[in-house]
Design a protein around this ligand. Structure first.
Ligand SMILES: [Fe+2]
Ligand SMILES: [Fe+2]
Length: 313
């Protein structure tokens, strides 16, 4: 695990003054559910057991009911109805459930059902879940960082977009208008002083989230700038890119990645990454129905570019 005591340097990423002052209020008024905070600290430990996860879920009757209901869904076709958390964990799978439990907490905190026209809030959540899943798979395979931290960092990396969409719809609409007129994301966000990395970092900082997640949010488009956790942030940047190519992209996000630098940071050979990408495609297709079920609906058709191997051309 990377360690670092330095606070992330605040890069020169502008935030609109009006947004800045409201972010302070949001930091005070919007809190993650207590269970989500408990899950965050639990999942950061490398040796979390199924029993510990069960203990946290059982303390939150609403979440426990959702998890049990998921395990009874058509995805699993269980013969006898599931009525306990420990059986639900067995049915759904420990790894799958960790991400889902955290994701449910976030989707309850930030409602993306009422979003500006022309933006699909559901695909934003699917994107975050996919990045989270891929980041953990990459961490497990490369040992480049703690898998739990990579999973959580992946889930939170676009927190700034989530905040913009759910709490600043007028600002977000202005951003969409600029993007629709052909501007690049970074250029459009900078013009409006709405860099999503800075907005997400701001709230993560106000919430007192661990530094590794603050860096994951702030530097996920520039991983080499991360002062204390460059490997973990690189894992998340690569996962972000692979999620796009697997059809779980966030259209407005940039796809650019410095592949040679990424491979060097993670100590990966290109052939090894190719093999990993193949496994990730297989694993993601198994968990995607669960995510769709959690988000109540069907997955939008994969966008063009749904091919991870194109990264390696
Ligand atoms: Fe992003
Ligand atoms: Fe992203």
């Amino acid at each position: 695990m990377e360690t670092g005591n330095n606070r992330p340097a605040r890069p020169d990423l502008p935030i609109d003054l009006q947004v800045q002052s409201r972010l302070t209020d949001i930091g005070r008024l919007v809190s993650l559910p207590p269970t989500t905070f408990r899950l965050l600290s639990l999942l950061m430990s490398e040796n979390t057991s199924s029993r510990e996860l069960q203990g946290v879920l059982e303390q939150d009757p609403g979440l426990a009911a959702k998890v049990i209901s998921l395990s009874n869904s058509a995805i699993y076709s269980v013969r006898d109805p599931v009525s306990t958390i420990d059986r639900a964990i067995t049915i759904i799978g420990f790894k799958e459930l960790e991400i889902i439990a955290l994701g449910i907490g976030l989707t309850e905190t930030f409602d993306l059902k009422k979003v500006p026209l022309g933006f699909d809030g559901r695909s934003l959540w699917l994107h975050c879940l996919a990045v989270s899943w891929i980041a953990r798979e990459l961490a497990l395979a490369t040992k480049a960082g703690d898998p739990g931290e990579c999973m959580i960092g992946g889930l939170l990396h676009d927190l700034g977009v989530i905040i913009l969409v759910s709490k600043f719809p007028i600002h977000f609409q202005q951003l969409l208008d600029l993007l629709n007129s052909g501007r690049e994301l970074v250029e459009a966000e900078t013009t409006l002083s709405l860099r999503h990395e800075a907005i997400g970092y701001n709230l993560a900082h106000n919430w007192g989230l661990p530094q590794v997640f603050q860096e994951s949010i702030l530097f996920h488009h520039f991983p080499h700038l991360a002062p204390a956790f460059p490997k973990i942030v690189t894992v998340i940047t690569l996962a972000d890119n692979l999620a796009h190519r697997a059809g779980f992209g966030l259209e407005l996000e940039s796809l650019s990645i410095d592949l040679p630098r990424t491979l060097e940071t993670l100590g990966l050979k290109v052939e090894r990454l190719q093999a990993l990408v193949k496994n990730i495609i297989a694993s993601i297709s198994k968990v995607e129905p669960l995510w769709s079920q959690v988000l109540n609906g069907t997955k939008p058709a994969p966008k063009e570019g749904g091919n991870l191997s194109s990264l390696l051309r």
